[in-house]
Design a binder for this molecule. Sequence first.
Ligand SMILES: NC(=O)c1ccc[n+]([C@@H]2O[C@H](COP(=O)([O-])OP(=O)(O)OC[C@H]3O[C@@H](n4cnc5c(N)ncnc54)[C@H](O)[C@@H]3O)[C@@H](O)[C@H]2O)c1
Length: 367
Amino acid sequence: MDPGVERCELCHGDGVTELSVGSGQGLISAELRPWVADRVVFVVTAAPIRRLHGDCLSDLGAAARQWTVLEVPDGEAAKTPEVARDLWHRILEAGGRRDSRVLTFGGGAVCDIGGFVAGTFMRGIELSHVPTTLLAQVDAAVGGKAAINLAAAKNSVGVFHQPQKVVSSTDLLSTLPPRQLRSGLVELIKMAMLLDGELLAAIERDLERLLVADASTWVPMVACAQRAKAGVVVRVARDAGERRVLNFGHTLGHAIETAQGYDGLLHGEAVAHGMLFALQLAERRGLDPALGRRLAALLARLEVPPLPQDLRAEELMEHAGRDKKADRDGVVWVLPTGLEAWEAVPLSPAEVAAELASFLAKGGTDC
Ligand SMILES: NC(=O)c1ccc[n+]([C@@H]2O[C@H](COP(=O)([O-])OP(=O)(O)OC[C@H]3O[C@@H](n4cnc5c(N)ncnc54)[C@H](O)[C@@H]3O)[C@@H](O)[C@H]2O)c1
């Protein structure tokens, strides 16, 4: 085994996902060559990513029996029913069958649209991810959730479809715009806060160094986050029980993204505000405010943009009410009860609305 590559296996109901994280030329090719060899492979990617890093895949293309690159719109614009329908047709027309494979090459949006199409085409064909953003490496590519957005609700149509391989090359992160890197760090912080206090302390200690880190420094961080997420998913593959921890900050975060038409704050930035709001709700239930202050201080160092002033509490409540975590008892909120501790509680809309109004009035995170 290559000593520079960190590996982890995620066992789930459908088999095993092999996760590998490393840096250095040749990683992607070495990890995926057997998986693409002599196969009909559809690569789902976006033009800017292909332009920057498409060369990393050229060896793989030569090993496949058929290699078809399918570009989707960049960013959140890829996660629509129209793009999914277009991909199904293009795959079918290009000879896609039950034993074809989908390889995604991009950030979380590409993982989601590619995973969704792979999970639905012919009732599901095999899938692997090469995530290219920090957010996708630490979160979106791991765990088998894949969804698209409706105009009125983020990630509201989706499937559980586990990838076979997730190959994370931290070399790819070198071209990420700083704001995207910071957005990814928020998901890392989310996981650290409720699953791995040592990781949180390491991020607090090394944040400024991480923001300018080289590829090899990122390898253990990304691997640590993937292991933390895999540890949850292995116990609960679907969105229930323990897996709900991963939704920390996402109920309000998704509502903010939806209210902004998926064209405002980045996903991690919206989640940062969502986490602080969840902490405010948790403090009403007795959480020590010190934890909220600790997270706010860390997010301030990340320079998370403030909440736009035109967000209205009523509209956010409406979007949150359509959240996947909502059932007939109301929206279930993931609230910290301490470091590495949390509860999932249904809260009445009236209770949340009052807190939300005060949260918005003080500008959300105050970062
Ligand atoms: N399925 C899941 O479990 C899960 C978990 C977390 C988030 N998500 C989803 O992930 C999405 C957010 O993902 P994201 O933050 O990666 O955003 P993204 O996929 O929209 O990518 C952000 C931008 O970074 C660019 N980019 C990608 N890789 C790059 C690179 N190496 N260098 C330079 N630029 C690069 C892209 O072209 C894009 O413009 C959201 O839709 C969110 O809902 C899904």
